[in-house]
Design a protein around this ligand. Structure first.
Ligand SMILES: *Cc1c(COP(=O)(O)O)cnc(C)c1O
Length: 480
């Protein structure tokens, strides 16, 4: 690929991508205004409109993205984002709305929030909800702060939150930020929560267990009802990390299984583009006993009007300015309305089918450390290729040469050389086959031609980077 020049290099004196009407006010000199602040060289790039547009279109396709190719990043749920979501999120009635506008003038936006909350409660089996948190991680923090308030209110001093060793790193981080001590629970060789370990860790100091279900190995906790019962027997609560809701959408309701609260990653399950750490939305759904602690305000509906309830004396307070990531709420609402109940169920069925198809096709070619049948994602290990001097990182880098984004690697931490693959429901059989064939070729290259992997990627705009350094010393020179 030929290197992309910067706009300054493309610049030719006199070229313009704009035209303005003639000046009809006195011209002022920048010198008078900026004085010493004026840069010595204040020239800007001068390019034509077509050069400008082409420059940015070329830049936009240097990076991989979900509209360009397969993006099987496990745990992150990178699915195709329907373009109709973008249209509804851009409706001027929403985008032009000031967040401090009166309730009488924002009935449509409040209705959308209220109805989205109702749908999410119905989908998950909970009684009340906040749409405020700006990410799954902030949802966790919101949830655990509510757990803290719940026990404070009861006059109980509980200090510990249990977290399985397969959990996402945000779980123990949210626990610590909320002032609790996080204690790790080991998994069984099957990859599930070890009930004996759990019993041993339980005491009246334990406030909560945080569970990801299906867990980050894609495995459904088959004893989830028993797990909830054990925790409740100790007076503790059970939190569900709902990042994997797309695996059981319309099929299983965590509220019915005994969970007390959960967060939902709207940007994952309900389709919002989210690369590089944002944007996100992490509503938290709770059972009745936690409702008083929800962040303020909560959207209510009565006497034919939607309104914001600020009169919440036991609320943990605000978690975010205004009303959360509103346009992500619009996208999630659109997605749910477009799919309906049957379509939502199909999301889960196809996500699980796709993941298991990949598992079956790559079984024996890559190690499968856990043999139970997963739901929406599958975790392989590259350990079997280590004998050829090849690591999981090399496999990931080589996939880039096939125009495929690398899966999540080295997570979950309990799997050595982990390759965590989540195809999602939006990929066709053909794109999944392309991925499977690439993975097969890479495994065979590892044996016969390992240099192809060790030097990969060979065809991307930049070659292999020192990843730790690259994030600290940005090189924005595209000619390098
Ligand atoms: C993505 C994810 C999180 C964190 O959610 P963000 O929205 O990225 O903050 C937490 N737990 C699991 C299992 C996840 O996959």
């Amino acid at each position: 690929m030929s290197p992309e020049k910067s706009l300054f290099e493309l610049s030719r004196p006199g070229r313009r991508a704009w035209s303005l009407p003639e000046l009809d006010v006195p011209e002022l000199s920048l010198d008078d205004y900026l004085g010493d602040y004026l840069r010595e060289d204040n020239s800007l790039p001068e390019v034509s409109e077509s050069d400008l547009i082409r420059h940015f279109v070329r830049l936009s396709i240097l990076n991989h993205h979900v509209d360009k190719g397969f993006y099987p990043l496990g745990s992150c749920t990178m699915k195709y984002n329907p373009k109709i979501n973008e249209q509804t999120a851009r409706l001027p009635g929403f985008t032009q709305l000031h967040p401090m506008e009166k309730e009488t003038l924002t009935q449509g936006a409040l209705q959308l929030m209220f109805e989205l909350g109702e749908y999410l409660k119905e989908i998950t089996g909970f009684d009340a909800i906040t749409l405020q948190p700006a990410a799954g991680a902030q949802g966790e923090l919101t949830g655990i702060l509510m757990v803290r308030k719940f026990f404070e209110k009861k006059g109980e001093n509980r200090t510990v939150v249990l977290v399985p060793d397969s959990a996402h790193g945000t779980n123990p981080a949210s626990v610590t930020l909320s002032g609790f001590q996080s204690v790790q629970i080991k998994s069984t060789p099957d990859g599930l929560i070890d009930l004996n370990e759990l019993q041993r860790a339980c005491s009246d100091c334990v406030a909560c267990l945080m569970v990801t279900n299906p867990n980050t190995l894609g495995l459904f906790e088959s004893e989830i009802k028993t797990i909830c019962e054990i925790m409740h027997r100790y007076g503790a609560l059970v939190y569900l990390d709902g990042a994997n809701l797309n695996a059981y959408l319309g099929i299983h309701r965590p509220g019915d299984a005994g969970f007390d609260l959960m967060h939902i990653n709207l940007h994952k399950t309900f389709s919002t583009p989210h690369g590089g750490g944002g944007p996100g939305s992490g509503p938290v759904a709770v059972k009745k006993h936690l409702e008083p602690f929800l962040p303020s305000p909560v959207v209510k509906f009565s006497d034919g009007k939607y309104w914001l309830d600020y009169n919440r004396p036991d609320s943990i307070g605000r978690m975010l300015a205004f009303h959360g990531q509103f346009t992500i709420l619009v996208r999630a609402y659109t997605y749910i309305r477009m799919l309906g109940a049957n379509g939502s169920k199909e999301v889960a069925e196809c996500a699980v089918l796709n993941a298991n198809y990949i598992r079956k096709q790559l079984e024996g070619i890559y190690d499968l450390p856990y043999t139970r049948r997963p739901l929406h994602e599958v975790v392989f290990s590259g350990t079997n290729l280590k004998q050829f001097g090849v690591k999981t990182l090399d496999i990931a880098k080589r996939l880039l040469d096939y125009g495929i984004h690398a899966p999540t690697v080295y997570f979950p931490l309990i799997v050595p050389e982990a390759l965590m693959i989540e195809p999602t429901e939006t990929e066709s059989l053909e794109s999944i086959e392309t991925f499977i064939n690439a993975m097969k070729e890479i495994a065979s290259d590892a044996r016969t031609n390992p240099n192809n992997l060790l030097n990969a990627p060979l065809t991307t705009p930049v070659r292999r980077l020192d990843e730790a350094r690259a994030s600290r010393q940005l090189d924005v020179n595209f000619n390098g």
